[in-house]
Design a protein around this ligand. Sequence first.
Ligand code: UD1
Ligand code: MG
Length: 467
Amino acid sequence: MKTLGVVVLAAGKGTRMKTTTPKALVQTLGRPLIDYVLDAVLQFTENEKISCDIGVVIGHKKELLEEWHANHSKKNIMKLAWQREQNGTADALKACFNDLPEFKNYEYTLVACADTPMLKASDFAKLFSVLKDHPKCVGVAATFHEDIPFGYGRIVRSNTGFHIVEEKDATDEQRKITEVNSGVYIVKTSHVLEVIGKITNNNKSGEFYLTDLFGDQFAVAPVLFASGDNFSGVNTLEQLSGVDELLLKQKIRELQLKGVTLLRPTSTYMDFEVEIAEGVTIYPGVTLLGKTKIATGAVVESGCFLKNTVIEENVQVLAHSYLEDAIIQKGAAIGPMARIRPGTTVGMKAKVGNFVEVKKSHLKDGAKVSHLSYVGDAEIGENTNIGCGFITCNYDGVNKHKTIIGKNTFIGSDCQVIAPIEIGDNSFVAAGSTITKSVPSGAFAVARGQQITKEGAASRFLKTKKN
Ligand code: UD1
Ligand code: MG
């Protein structure tokens, strides 16, 4: 007999969330709630060397969960079951056994809810070891004390055992109980199969409660955990912001232990998947999203926003810069107040200065665009210097066109190049030029209006002040 079937309940309507996204897919730190639960399950089974099947019960807005599943890196070890109507947590587990009968063959069934993203592998391990140490027990349920237990099922202990009473069904006295049900259980599958069909919906919600798997008449052990942090359930957006804060604190603490300096950690926001190496300094008020990676020696100053951006070693991202889907290579400097748009690579020791926007372009090693410029759909060669106020005119109103500039070239200030266009290596474009024709390597180009100077003629244009 195989050891463990894991069932994650994710079919519920999540009515209290009031979000259009189904609750399991609502994100915290840029990642769906359910993914955290899966991580903890997979870590647990890997640590215990248990090969398991994971059944995910879906129902409400199931198409969105099917899409999530289809794109998931772990889709091969997850099977979906469909709870047709959302008639409660026991009904959801039943749907799993109906759709995935192989789950009946496991010795134990572990149940977790998709809305408890703080769960850790160690929580499952503790429960599992208690169950294995008490062979007469048919199951274990994780409990904890919560000062404000509102919304949780209360653990009502008696001389013979315990049972769980849901918020809605509890008496005033029972509502005062602070020991609550976490929603995480490991139960002998034989017990589940024996009892689940007998559970009724005779309660205030008219739902089939999974908590009725337990009862004073069954040998089930409540396992009281010292802290409830890992079991925080997300039923409302307020609770979501609570777990968001806890998860962020955990992540920041791990980074600090590793040697990342965060000058004001409480003002730094980052998504779960962001990677930061030791020796990085992050100033106050920085936002790091998606798959952003920051390598050692880099500095990110205040007010910067980085999304899916790779920052290599010793890069400086100066204050108030906005970077998205970009690669900034070793020793480069960005900003202050630069905008780096998707598809951009800034080469080693290259520089993008203040009020410069770069889109879908490659600035090769040592290239510099230091002030007030727009570089779009361009390649700028090694060590080329672009003066202040440069514009690649890349859009003709219908199509986008490329600008290619070679290496060691100098472009004076206030130049525009009308793409498509090529400017060669070692060439020189004089300031104030509007370049419409390609410039070969080694050439000098100037394209500006002729200056006319008329001595003494200024008085005709200067208005004198009348008193
Ligand atoms: C549940 C427990 C409660 C416990 C709490 C811990 C029950 C009856 N109550 O309450 O004792 O303290 O979790 O967080 O189990 N779901 C389905 N199908 C349904 C209904 C729910 O799949 O028909 C899923 C939800 O998507 C969710 C999970 O089951 O992931 C729990 O449902 P939820 O409505 O959040 O239950 P709670 O009220 O939090
Ligand atoms: Mg819940």
